[in-house]
Design a protein around this ligand. Structure first.
Ligand code: AVJ
Ligand code: FE
Length: 432
Protein backbone atom coordinates (compact mmCIF):
# COMPACT_ATOMS: atom_id res chain seq x y z
CA UNK A 1 0.00 0.00 0.00
CA UNK A 2 1.26 3.48 -0.78
CA UNK A 3 1.73 5.75 2.22
CA UNK A 4 -1.44 7.55 3.19
CA UNK A 5 0.39 10.84 3.92
CA UNK A 6 1.34 11.13 0.29
CA UNK A 7 -2.30 11.24 -0.67
CA UNK A 8 -3.97 13.13 2.11
CA UNK A 9 -7.27 14.40 0.79
CA UNK A 10 -7.82 11.57 -1.68
CA UNK A 11 -10.73 9.20 -1.55
CA UNK A 12 -10.20 5.51 -0.75
CA UNK A 13 -11.18 4.54 -4.31
CA UNK A 14 -8.33 6.66 -5.65
CA UNK A 15 -5.91 4.91 -3.31
CA UNK A 16 -7.22 1.57 -4.43
CA UNK A 17 -6.77 2.46 -8.08
CA UNK A 18 -3.29 3.76 -7.46
CA UNK A 19 -2.40 0.57 -5.64
CA UNK A 20 -3.84 -1.62 -8.38
CA UNK A 21 -2.04 0.25 -11.16
CA UNK A 22 1.22 0.13 -9.21
CA UNK A 23 0.98 -3.61 -8.61
CA UNK A 24 0.06 -4.22 -12.20
CA UNK A 25 3.11 -2.28 -13.43
CA UNK A 26 5.41 -4.15 -11.06
CA UNK A 27 4.17 -7.45 -12.53
CA UNK A 28 4.70 -6.13 -16.03
CA UNK A 29 8.28 -5.05 -15.39
CA UNK A 30 9.05 -8.34 -13.67
CA UNK A 31 8.47 -10.10 -16.97
CA UNK A 32 11.42 -8.22 -18.44
CA UNK A 33 13.94 -9.40 -15.85
CA UNK A 34 16.75 -11.14 -17.69
CA UNK A 35 15.40 -10.24 -21.15
CA UNK A 36 18.26 -9.08 -23.39
CA UNK A 37 18.02 -5.93 -25.53
CA UNK A 38 18.13 -8.25 -28.53
CA UNK A 39 15.14 -10.34 -27.41
CA UNK A 40 13.40 -7.12 -26.40
CA UNK A 41 13.13 -6.00 -30.04
CA UNK A 42 13.04 -9.32 -31.89
CA UNK A 43 9.86 -10.51 -33.56
CA UNK A 44 9.51 -14.18 -32.63
CA UNK A 45 6.48 -14.88 -34.78
CA UNK A 46 4.77 -12.96 -37.58
CA UNK A 47 1.48 -12.87 -35.64
CA UNK A 48 2.97 -11.14 -32.61
CA UNK A 49 5.04 -8.01 -31.97
CA UNK A 50 8.37 -7.92 -30.10
CA UNK A 51 7.96 -7.84 -26.31
CA UNK A 52 9.48 -4.36 -26.18
CA UNK A 53 6.72 -3.07 -28.42
CA UNK A 54 4.10 -4.37 -25.99
CA UNK A 55 5.77 -2.49 -23.15
CA UNK A 56 5.74 0.80 -25.07
CA UNK A 57 2.17 0.17 -26.22
CA UNK A 58 1.02 -0.33 -22.61
CA UNK A 59 2.29 3.16 -21.74
CA UNK A 60 1.01 4.70 -24.94
CA UNK A 61 -2.49 3.31 -24.37
CA UNK A 62 -2.57 4.62 -20.82
CA UNK A 63 -1.53 8.08 -22.02
CA UNK A 64 -3.97 8.04 -24.91
CA UNK A 65 -7.10 7.07 -22.96
CA UNK A 66 -6.46 8.66 -19.59
CA UNK A 67 -4.35 11.71 -20.37
CA UNK A 68 -5.34 12.72 -23.90
CA UNK A 69 -8.99 11.63 -24.15
CA UNK A 70 -10.08 11.98 -20.52
CA UNK A 71 -7.89 14.69 -19.04
CA UNK A 72 -7.32 16.61 -22.29
CA UNK A 73 -3.55 16.86 -21.70
CA UNK A 74 -1.18 17.27 -24.65
CA UNK A 75 0.49 13.95 -25.64
CA UNK A 76 3.86 13.20 -24.07
CA UNK A 77 6.32 12.05 -26.74
CA UNK A 78 4.04 12.53 -29.79
CA UNK A 79 6.77 10.87 -31.85
CA UNK A 80 5.87 7.54 -30.20
CA UNK A 81 2.30 7.55 -31.49
CA UNK A 82 3.03 5.91 -34.83
CA UNK A 83 5.33 3.35 -33.22
CA UNK A 84 3.15 2.30 -30.30
CA UNK A 85 -0.43 2.82 -31.45
CA UNK A 86 -2.26 -0.45 -32.18
CA UNK A 87 -3.16 0.91 -35.62
CA UNK A 88 0.30 2.42 -36.28
CA UNK A 89 3.05 0.34 -37.84
CA UNK A 90 2.54 -3.19 -39.20
CA UNK A 91 3.79 -5.87 -36.76
CA UNK A 92 6.87 -6.59 -38.89
CA UNK A 93 8.01 -2.96 -38.59
CA UNK A 94 7.91 -2.77 -34.81
CA UNK A 95 11.49 -3.88 -34.20
CA UNK A 96 13.12 -0.46 -34.33
CA UNK A 97 12.51 0.29 -30.68
CA UNK A 98 13.99 2.64 -28.10
CA UNK A 99 16.01 0.84 -25.41
CA UNK A 100 14.35 -0.84 -22.43
CA UNK A 101 15.57 2.02 -20.22
CA UNK A 102 14.10 4.65 -22.55
CA UNK A 103 10.73 2.92 -22.67
CA UNK A 104 10.72 2.59 -18.87
CA UNK A 105 11.37 6.32 -18.58
CA UNK A 106 8.48 6.97 -20.99
CA UNK A 107 6.16 4.80 -18.90
CA UNK A 108 7.22 6.57 -15.74
CA UNK A 109 6.52 10.04 -17.12
CA UNK A 110 3.06 8.93 -18.17
CA UNK A 111 2.45 7.46 -14.73
CA UNK A 112 3.42 10.70 -13.04
CA UNK A 113 0.81 12.58 -15.04
CA UNK A 114 -1.71 9.81 -14.36
CA UNK A 115 -1.24 10.30 -10.61
CA UNK A 116 -1.95 14.02 -11.06
CA UNK A 117 -5.05 13.31 -13.09
CA UNK A 118 -6.28 10.66 -10.66
CA UNK A 119 -6.79 13.39 -8.03
CA UNK A 120 -9.41 15.09 -10.19
CA UNK A 121 -10.77 12.22 -12.27
CA UNK A 122 -14.57 11.66 -12.15
CA UNK A 123 -14.44 8.15 -10.74
CA UNK A 124 -18.17 7.97 -10.07
CA UNK A 125 -18.94 7.83 -13.78
CA UNK A 126 -15.63 6.81 -15.38
CA UNK A 127 -14.28 4.10 -13.06
CA UNK A 128 -14.84 1.51 -15.80
CA UNK A 129 -12.08 3.11 -17.90
CA UNK A 130 -9.55 2.53 -15.14
CA UNK A 131 -10.71 -1.08 -14.93
CA UNK A 132 -10.29 -1.36 -18.67
CA UNK A 133 -6.71 -0.05 -18.53
CA UNK A 134 -5.64 -2.52 -15.86
CA UNK A 135 -7.11 -5.33 -17.94
CA UNK A 136 -5.47 -3.96 -21.07
CA UNK A 137 -2.06 -4.12 -19.38
CA UNK A 138 -2.80 -7.62 -18.02
CA UNK A 139 -3.69 -8.90 -21.46
CA UNK A 140 -0.51 -7.52 -22.99
CA UNK A 141 1.45 -9.14 -20.15
CA UNK A 142 0.06 -12.47 -21.18
CA UNK A 143 1.04 -11.86 -24.79
CA UNK A 144 4.54 -10.87 -23.63
CA UNK A 145 4.74 -14.20 -21.79
CA UNK A 146 3.73 -16.13 -24.95
CA UNK A 147 6.35 -14.34 -26.99
CA UNK A 148 9.04 -14.93 -24.37
CA UNK A 149 8.14 -18.63 -24.27
CA UNK A 150 8.33 -18.71 -28.04
CA UNK A 151 11.84 -17.22 -27.99
CA UNK A 152 12.80 -19.96 -25.54
CA UNK A 153 11.22 -22.64 -27.73
CA UNK A 154 13.18 -21.37 -30.69
CA UNK A 155 16.48 -21.67 -28.84
CA UNK A 156 15.49 -25.00 -27.24
CA UNK A 157 13.05 -26.81 -29.52
CA UNK A 158 10.58 -29.23 -27.92
CA UNK A 159 11.96 -32.74 -28.05
CA UNK A 160 8.99 -34.62 -29.27
CA UNK A 161 8.98 -38.00 -30.92
CA UNK A 162 5.60 -39.16 -32.11
CA UNK A 163 5.38 -42.90 -31.67
CA UNK A 164 2.75 -43.64 -34.24
CA UNK A 165 1.02 -46.96 -33.89
CA UNK A 166 -0.93 -48.90 -36.51
CA UNK A 167 -4.23 -47.21 -37.25
CA UNK A 168 -7.00 -48.69 -35.06
CA UNK A 169 -9.75 -49.46 -37.57
CA UNK A 170 -12.37 -49.63 -34.83
CA UNK A 171 -12.15 -45.88 -34.32
CA UNK A 172 -13.02 -45.02 -37.88
CA UNK A 173 -16.67 -44.07 -37.91
CA UNK A 174 -18.36 -44.36 -41.26
CA UNK A 175 -21.85 -43.83 -39.92
CA UNK A 176 -23.45 -40.39 -40.20
CA UNK A 177 -25.08 -40.88 -36.81
CA UNK A 178 -23.65 -39.50 -33.63
CA UNK A 179 -21.25 -42.04 -32.17
CA UNK A 180 -22.14 -43.26 -28.71
CA UNK A 181 -20.21 -41.51 -26.00
CA UNK A 182 -17.17 -43.69 -25.39
CA UNK A 183 -16.57 -42.90 -21.76
CA UNK A 184 -18.84 -40.95 -19.43
CA UNK A 185 -16.48 -41.30 -16.52
CA UNK A 186 -14.82 -37.96 -16.63
CA UNK A 187 -17.78 -35.96 -17.87
CA UNK A 188 -20.49 -34.24 -15.85
CA UNK A 189 -24.11 -33.84 -16.94
CA UNK A 190 -25.58 -30.35 -16.96
CA UNK A 191 -29.31 -30.04 -17.05
CA UNK A 192 -30.87 -27.81 -19.69
CA UNK A 193 -32.60 -24.52 -18.94
CA UNK A 194 -32.21 -20.79 -19.01
CA UNK A 195 -28.77 -19.40 -18.24
CA UNK A 196 -27.62 -15.82 -17.68
CA UNK A 197 -24.78 -15.25 -20.15
CA UNK A 198 -22.47 -12.23 -19.89
CA UNK A 199 -21.58 -9.67 -17.27
CA UNK A 200 -22.86 -6.19 -16.37
CA UNK A 201 -20.27 -5.53 -13.65
CA UNK A 202 -18.11 -2.41 -13.54
CA UNK A 203 -15.14 -4.46 -14.72
CA UNK A 204 -17.01 -5.90 -17.73
CA UNK A 205 -15.42 -5.19 -21.09
CA UNK A 206 -17.72 -4.00 -23.89
CA UNK A 207 -18.09 -7.50 -25.34
CA UNK A 208 -19.33 -8.99 -22.04
CA UNK A 209 -22.39 -6.70 -21.98
CA UNK A 210 -25.27 -7.02 -21.69
CA UNK A 211 -25.91 -10.03 -19.56
CA UNK A 212 -28.89 -11.84 -21.07
CA UNK A 213 -30.79 -15.09 -20.68
CA UNK A 214 -30.12 -17.88 -23.13
CA UNK A 215 -31.54 -21.38 -23.41
CA UNK A 216 -28.88 -24.04 -22.97
CA UNK A 217 -30.07 -27.58 -23.65
CA UNK A 218 -28.85 -30.49 -21.53
CA UNK A 219 -25.28 -31.55 -22.30
CA UNK A 220 -22.23 -33.26 -20.86
CA UNK A 221 -18.88 -31.58 -20.37
CA UNK A 222 -15.43 -32.91 -19.51
CA UNK A 223 -14.57 -32.57 -15.85
CA UNK A 224 -10.97 -31.69 -16.79
CA UNK A 225 -9.25 -30.04 -19.74
CA UNK A 226 -7.93 -32.60 -22.23
CA UNK A 227 -4.54 -33.81 -20.99
CA UNK A 228 -1.33 -34.47 -22.86
CA UNK A 229 -1.77 -38.14 -22.02
CA UNK A 230 -5.17 -38.22 -23.71
CA UNK A 231 -4.01 -36.15 -26.65
CA UNK A 232 -1.03 -38.45 -27.14
CA UNK A 233 -3.48 -41.20 -28.10
CA UNK A 234 -4.75 -39.00 -30.90
CA UNK A 235 -1.19 -38.41 -32.08
CA UNK A 236 -0.24 -42.07 -31.80
CA UNK A 237 -3.34 -43.10 -33.71
CA UNK A 238 -2.13 -40.93 -36.58
CA UNK A 239 -4.67 -38.21 -35.87
CA UNK A 240 -2.56 -35.64 -37.65
CA UNK A 241 -2.56 -37.80 -40.80
CA UNK A 242 -6.23 -38.85 -40.94
CA UNK A 243 -8.49 -36.38 -42.70
CA UNK A 244 -11.69 -37.93 -41.31
CA UNK A 245 -11.22 -36.22 -37.94
CA UNK A 246 -10.73 -32.78 -39.39
CA UNK A 247 -13.13 -30.18 -40.69
CA UNK A 248 -12.45 -29.33 -44.35
CA UNK A 249 -10.99 -26.03 -43.28
CA UNK A 250 -8.93 -27.69 -40.57
CA UNK A 251 -7.52 -30.28 -42.95
CA UNK A 252 -6.64 -27.55 -45.41
CA UNK A 253 -4.91 -25.63 -42.60
CA UNK A 254 -2.96 -28.74 -41.61
CA UNK A 255 -1.73 -29.30 -45.17
CA UNK A 256 -0.40 -25.75 -45.23
CA UNK A 257 0.95 -25.93 -41.68
CA UNK A 258 2.20 -29.48 -41.25
CA UNK A 259 2.45 -29.73 -37.47
CA UNK A 260 2.29 -32.99 -35.53
CA UNK A 261 2.08 -31.97 -31.87
CA UNK A 262 1.01 -28.98 -29.73
CA UNK A 263 3.33 -25.95 -29.56
CA UNK A 264 4.10 -26.52 -25.89
CA UNK A 265 4.74 -30.02 -24.66
CA UNK A 266 6.12 -31.30 -21.40
CA UNK A 267 8.27 -34.22 -22.42
CA UNK A 268 8.56 -35.66 -18.93
CA UNK A 269 5.83 -36.09 -16.35
CA UNK A 270 3.34 -34.19 -18.46
CA UNK A 271 0.63 -36.85 -18.88
CA UNK A 272 -1.76 -35.12 -16.46
CA UNK A 273 -0.99 -31.62 -17.67
CA UNK A 274 -3.42 -30.02 -20.08
CA UNK A 275 -2.65 -29.81 -23.77
CA UNK A 276 -1.21 -26.35 -24.37
CA UNK A 277 -0.68 -24.53 -27.65
CA UNK A 278 -3.17 -26.01 -30.10
CA UNK A 279 -5.09 -24.31 -32.84
CA UNK A 280 -8.88 -24.47 -32.82
CA UNK A 281 -8.61 -26.95 -35.70
CA UNK A 282 -6.56 -29.39 -33.62
CA UNK A 283 -8.96 -29.07 -30.68
CA UNK A 284 -11.90 -29.72 -32.98
CA UNK A 285 -10.17 -32.72 -34.58
CA UNK A 286 -9.39 -34.29 -31.21
CA UNK A 287 -13.00 -33.82 -30.09
CA UNK A 288 -14.21 -35.65 -33.21
CA UNK A 289 -11.61 -38.37 -32.62
CA UNK A 290 -13.17 -39.19 -29.23
CA UNK A 291 -16.74 -38.84 -30.56
CA UNK A 292 -17.36 -35.54 -28.77
CA UNK A 293 -17.39 -31.86 -29.78
CA UNK A 294 -16.19 -28.54 -28.42
CA UNK A 295 -18.60 -26.79 -26.03
CA UNK A 296 -20.37 -23.60 -27.01
CA UNK A 297 -19.49 -20.44 -25.15
CA UNK A 298 -22.78 -20.57 -23.20
CA UNK A 299 -22.25 -24.23 -22.25
CA UNK A 300 -18.74 -23.49 -21.03
CA UNK A 301 -19.84 -20.48 -18.98
CA UNK A 302 -22.77 -22.35 -17.51
CA UNK A 303 -20.48 -25.21 -16.46
CA UNK A 304 -18.19 -22.62 -14.89
CA UNK A 305 -20.52 -20.18 -13.17
CA UNK A 306 -23.95 -21.68 -12.68
CA UNK A 307 -25.01 -22.69 -9.19
CA UNK A 308 -28.09 -24.84 -9.71
CA UNK A 309 -28.54 -26.31 -6.24
CA UNK A 310 -29.28 -25.77 -3.44
CA UNK A 311 -29.93 -22.22 -4.68
CA UNK A 312 -33.47 -21.48 -5.69
CA UNK A 313 -33.65 -19.58 -7.94
CA UNK A 314 -30.27 -20.63 -9.35
CA UNK A 315 -27.51 -18.00 -9.20
CA UNK A 316 -24.59 -17.04 -11.32
CA UNK A 317 -21.18 -16.78 -9.70
CA UNK A 318 -18.24 -14.72 -10.93
CA UNK A 319 -15.78 -17.60 -10.58
CA UNK A 320 -16.33 -21.37 -10.62
CA UNK A 321 -15.75 -21.53 -6.85
CA UNK A 322 -17.99 -18.58 -5.97
CA UNK A 323 -17.41 -14.85 -5.72
CA UNK A 324 -14.11 -14.84 -3.86
CA UNK A 325 -11.26 -13.07 -5.69
CA UNK A 326 -8.88 -15.62 -7.26
CA UNK A 327 -5.87 -16.58 -5.22
CA UNK A 328 -3.25 -19.27 -5.49
CA UNK A 329 -5.51 -21.88 -3.87
CA UNK A 330 -8.13 -21.60 -6.60
CA UNK A 331 -6.23 -21.99 -9.82
CA UNK A 332 -2.90 -21.77 -11.63
CA UNK A 333 -2.65 -18.19 -12.88
CA UNK A 334 -0.44 -15.09 -12.85
CA UNK A 335 2.70 -17.03 -13.80
CA UNK A 336 2.86 -18.66 -10.37
CA UNK A 337 4.36 -21.91 -11.69
CA UNK A 338 5.61 -20.52 -14.99
CA UNK A 339 3.89 -23.38 -16.74
CA UNK A 340 0.91 -25.70 -16.59
CA UNK A 341 0.00 -27.85 -13.59
CA UNK A 342 -1.76 -31.26 -13.45
CA UNK A 343 -5.46 -30.78 -14.21
CA UNK A 344 -6.61 -32.26 -10.89
CA UNK A 345 -4.35 -30.10 -8.71
CA UNK A 346 -6.83 -27.35 -7.82
CA UNK A 347 -9.75 -29.01 -6.05
CA UNK A 348 -10.61 -25.64 -4.45
CA UNK A 349 -11.31 -24.20 -7.86
CA UNK A 350 -14.07 -26.64 -8.81
CA UNK A 351 -17.33 -25.34 -10.22
CA UNK A 352 -20.72 -26.21 -8.72
CA UNK A 353 -20.83 -29.12 -11.19
CA UNK A 354 -17.41 -30.40 -10.11
CA UNK A 355 -15.43 -29.27 -13.16
CA UNK A 356 -11.74 -28.53 -12.53
CA UNK A 357 -9.41 -25.91 -13.99
CA UNK A 358 -12.06 -23.84 -15.73
CA UNK A 359 -10.03 -20.77 -14.83
CA UNK A 360 -6.26 -20.76 -15.19
CA UNK A 361 -3.85 -23.38 -16.54
CA UNK A 362 -4.91 -23.12 -20.22
CA UNK A 363 -7.38 -21.06 -22.22
CA UNK A 364 -10.12 -23.26 -23.62
CA UNK A 365 -11.33 -23.07 -27.18
CA UNK A 366 -15.09 -23.02 -27.67
CA UNK A 367 -17.18 -23.74 -30.70
CA UNK A 368 -18.60 -20.20 -30.80
CA UNK A 369 -17.58 -17.37 -33.11
CA UNK A 370 -16.85 -14.08 -31.36
CA UNK A 371 -20.04 -12.05 -31.70
CA UNK A 372 -21.79 -9.13 -29.97
CA UNK A 373 -24.36 -9.61 -27.21
CA UNK A 374 -27.71 -7.78 -27.40
CA UNK A 375 -27.41 -3.97 -27.07
CA UNK A 376 -23.68 -4.08 -27.70
CA UNK A 377 -22.12 -0.68 -27.12
CA UNK A 378 -18.43 -0.36 -28.08
CA UNK A 379 -15.99 1.18 -25.58
CA UNK A 380 -13.51 2.66 -25.15
CA UNK A 381 -13.13 2.41 -28.94
CA UNK A 382 -14.72 0.48 -31.77
CA UNK A 383 -11.54 -1.38 -32.57
CA UNK A 384 -11.42 -3.04 -29.18
CA UNK A 385 -13.99 -5.76 -29.91
CA UNK A 386 -16.18 -4.74 -32.79
CA UNK A 387 -13.74 -5.26 -35.64
CA UNK A 388 -13.39 -8.88 -34.55
CA UNK A 389 -17.09 -9.72 -34.91
CA UNK A 390 -16.20 -11.02 -38.36
CA UNK A 391 -16.75 -14.80 -38.16
CA UNK A 392 -12.99 -15.26 -38.27
CA UNK A 393 -12.37 -15.47 -34.53
CA UNK A 394 -13.35 -18.22 -32.09
CA UNK A 395 -14.06 -17.53 -28.43
CA UNK A 396 -11.67 -18.83 -25.79
CA UNK A 397 -12.64 -18.94 -22.13
CA UNK A 398 -11.01 -19.32 -18.76
CA UNK A 399 -7.50 -17.87 -18.80
CA UNK A 400 -4.16 -19.65 -18.64
CA UNK A 401 -1.28 -20.07 -16.19
CA UNK A 402 -0.03 -16.69 -17.42
CA UNK A 403 -3.34 -14.82 -17.06
CA UNK A 404 -3.41 -12.23 -14.32
CA UNK A 405 -6.23 -11.96 -11.80
CA UNK A 406 -7.82 -8.78 -13.28
CA UNK A 407 -8.91 -10.68 -16.39
CA UNK A 408 -9.70 -13.97 -14.70
CA UNK A 409 -13.47 -14.50 -14.47
CA UNK A 410 -16.09 -16.77 -15.96
CA UNK A 411 -17.62 -14.10 -18.17
CA UNK A 412 -14.35 -12.90 -19.75
CA UNK A 413 -14.27 -13.51 -23.50
CA UNK A 414 -11.04 -13.90 -25.42
CA UNK A 415 -10.85 -14.43 -29.16
CA UNK A 416 -8.34 -15.58 -31.74
CA UNK A 417 -8.33 -16.86 -35.28
CA UNK A 418 -8.69 -20.65 -35.31
CA UNK A 419 -5.21 -21.09 -36.81
CA UNK A 420 -3.41 -19.38 -33.88
CA UNK A 421 -1.56 -21.95 -31.77
CA UNK A 422 1.34 -20.28 -30.04
CA UNK A 423 -0.74 -19.09 -27.11
CA UNK A 424 -1.50 -21.11 -24.00
CA UNK A 425 -4.69 -22.63 -25.35
CA UNK A 426 -6.09 -26.07 -24.70
CA UNK A 427 -9.68 -27.25 -24.54
CA UNK A 428 -12.21 -29.58 -22.99
CA UNK A 429 -14.90 -31.48 -24.85
CA UNK A 430 -18.66 -31.56 -24.63
CA UNK A 431 -21.22 -34.08 -25.71
CA UNK A 432 -24.94 -34.09 -26.39
C1 AVJ B 1 -8.56 -9.83 -26.52
C2 AVJ B 1 -6.35 -10.63 -26.14
C3 AVJ B 1 -7.30 -10.72 -28.33
O1 AVJ B 1 -4.32 -8.70 -27.25
O2 AVJ B 1 -5.18 -8.65 -29.23
C4 AVJ B 1 -5.11 -5.62 -26.22
C5 AVJ B 1 -6.71 -7.62 -26.23
N1 AVJ B 1 -6.90 -5.38 -27.36
N2 AVJ B 1 -5.09 -4.40 -26.77
C6 AVJ B 1 -5.29 -8.62 -28.00
C7 AVJ B 1 -6.25 -6.23 -26.59
C8 AVJ B 1 -6.17 -4.23 -27.47
C9 AVJ B 1 -6.70 -8.55 -27.42
N3 AVJ B 1 -7.23 -9.93 -27.09
FE1 FE C 1 -3.47 -3.07 -26.76
Amino acid sequence: MPSKELFSGTEPLQLEIKDTLTQSRARTLQLFEGVSEETFRLQANSDFSPVGWHLGHIGFTEGLWLLEHEAGYAPLFPEYRRLFAADGLPKAERQNLPSFAEICAYLEQIRNQVWDYLLEAPLDTRAWLWHWLVQHESQHCETITWVLQLHRRQSQPVSFVAKEKPWPAALVSTSKEKPTLPDHQDMVPIEGGQFLLGNDGLEALDNERKAHWVQVDSFWIDRFPVTQGQYQQFIEAGGYRQSQFWSDEGWQWLQENPVNHPTHWLAEGGADHPVCGVSWYEADAYARFVGKRLPTEAEWEKAACWQPRPQDPPTKRIYPWGNQTPDNHHCNHGGLHWGTTPVHQYANGQSAFGCFDLLGNVWEWTNTWFHPFPDFDPYPYKGYSMVYFDHQHRILKGGSWATQAPVLRGAFRNWYEPRIRIHFAGFRCAYG
